[in-house]
Design a protein around this ligand. Structure first.
Ligand code: AMP
Length: 426
């Protein structure tokens, strides 16, 4: 047999990395709770038709698609929004609005593997369904800010835009939706020359170039200049006004948006309004991003329902934390190892280990049948705090030997008082 390795783009997360990932997942759950989002667990495998409906060519071409044994064309989810939109149009369609839903789990994209870019990665995902108001847009940005602050990330920066401005200009100039999607996708990849080649009306191309070149000292003056530029394009004016509103609310909510990019576009096709991403100086790729998608639920057969959401790249947040040398101390009490001195006391020792665990004390059992001295060496190596040594004589007196591994001190402790004593000392 060959020595097996993970499939290209897939990774094993060893304890330290897994702990960091779980730490972020916990903070995401806490954030969901603090903002009133209810967690839902949706399938990793969904129908290809659902996942590809509005995701955009970029993601469509990178999905893990296969036929299941029932000959259905299915795919591994490349993101959560399609599943949530499915729920919102079926099982949860009659739920009162707003509907706030949170999910966390692995997603799959056939991306080119590199640092911070994997084929299996984790996202925490928040969707706010039912409000078209800028307060809703502001909320998903503010909860992202709260999450990143809670995990201890430093100097992250938000980039904000409104894809509705670009779409409105293109629509008013008669550019069809399919071409708009291609243009926006190229702009997302910063391939502006290629994108502008697809914009036939000269006037429109000139305006897009001006928006691309637009410079201002700060986010709010960028929005003001943008509003000036798009005058005459009614829907674009409304979208730019909405951007100003969102920016104001987010700033009032205590979050600092560092840049507004008038020609900011995102790969996903379903966005209709505000879009944003968040970055740290140590990485050139986004740690998270989201936006407004007011037509997706309709496309899936639901009532027209506005919605806005965000996905956080947990692996990238973990990477950023590591690059900022943030260490996450595991939160647990003192660790114990229970060591029976011989065969005769093994069952009693095992029983005691179970009692300690029931009392909430993390307890390992000496499963290698080593002599006490060897077992203590191993406990030392693995930074166990206390060894509980069970001997026949002590057991008859309903006591055990408790050894403080760091202080190298031993004492006899009644079994009844053991858990309390360990927890008290911890
Ligand atoms: P998107 O749904 O494309 O906006 O992605 C949301 C977030 O998921 C991004 O901002 C990234 O943090 C993360 N992400 C996207 N693709 C990858 C990938 N291939 N590997 C790791 N994280 C990713």
């Amino acid at each position: 047999m060959p020595a097996f390795q993970p499939v290209r783009g897939m990774r094993d997360l060893l304890p330290e990395d897994a702990a960091l990932l779980n730490y972020i997942v916990c903070k995401a759950r806490e954030t969901a709770c603090l903002f009133g989002y209810k967690e839902v667990v949706t399938p990793v495998v969904e129908s290809y038709e659902l996942l590809s409906a509005k995701s955009g060519e970029e993601i469509r071409s990178r999905m893990f698609v296969f036929k299941d044994l029932g000959n259905r064309t299915v795919a591994l989810r490349p993101e959560f929004t399609a599943s949530i939109a499915r729920l919102a149009t079926t099982t949860l369609r009659n739920e009162p609005k707003p509907l706030r839903l949170f999910s966390v789990g692995s997603v799959y994209r056939y991306d080119e593997p590199q640092r911070g870019r994997y084929r299996e990665f984790w996202q925490s995902n928040f969707e706010l369904v039912g409000s078209a108001r800028p307060e809703a847009d502001a909320e998903v940005i503010l909860l992202t800010d709260s999450l990143l602050r809670a995990v201890g990330l430093q100097s992250y920066a938000f980039k904000l835009g409104n894809v509705g401005v670009l779409r409105a200009i293109l629509s008013q100039e008669g550019v069809d939706e399919k071409t708009q999607n291609m243009i926006l996708q190229l702009m997302d990849k910063k391939e502006y020359d290629e994108a502008f080649k697809l914009v036939k009306p000269e006037k429109c191309r000139a305006l897009l170039s001006e928006l691309l070149e637009l410079k201002a000292p700060d986010a709010s003056s960028t929005v003001e200049k943008m509003r000036e530029k798009v005058k005459g394009y009614t829907e674009a004016e409304a979208a730019a006004y909405n951007l100003a509103e969102v920016l104001r609310l987010v700033t009032e909510g205590g979050c600092n948006v560092q840049t507004v990019e008038p020609t900011f576009a995102r790969g996903l096709e379903y966005y209709t309004g505000m879009i944003f991403e968040v970055y740290v100086p140590q990485l050139e790729i986004a740690l998270g991003g989201g936006g407004r998608y007011d037509r997706l639920i309709e496309v899936f057969g639901g009532e027209p329902t506005p919605a806005v959401g965000v996905a956080h790249g947990i692996d990238r947040i973990a990477l950023a934390l590591q690059m900022q040398e943030k260490t996450v101390e595991p939160k647990h009490g003192k660790k114990v190892m229970v060591i029976p001195v011989n065969e005769q006391v093994k069952s009693e020792a095992l029983k005691l280990a179970m009692q300690l665990r029931s009392a909430g004390v993390p307890t390992e059992f000496e499963v290698m049948r080593r002599r006490v001295a060897k077992a203590l060496e191993d406990a030392d190596r693995r930074r166990i705090d206390y060894a509980v040594i069970i001997g026949e004589k002590e057991l008859r007196a309903k006591t055990v030997t408790l050894r403080d591994m760091a202080k190298r001190l031993q004492e006899t402790v009644p079994i009844q008082a053991l858990a309390e004593k360990i927890m008290h000392e911890a």
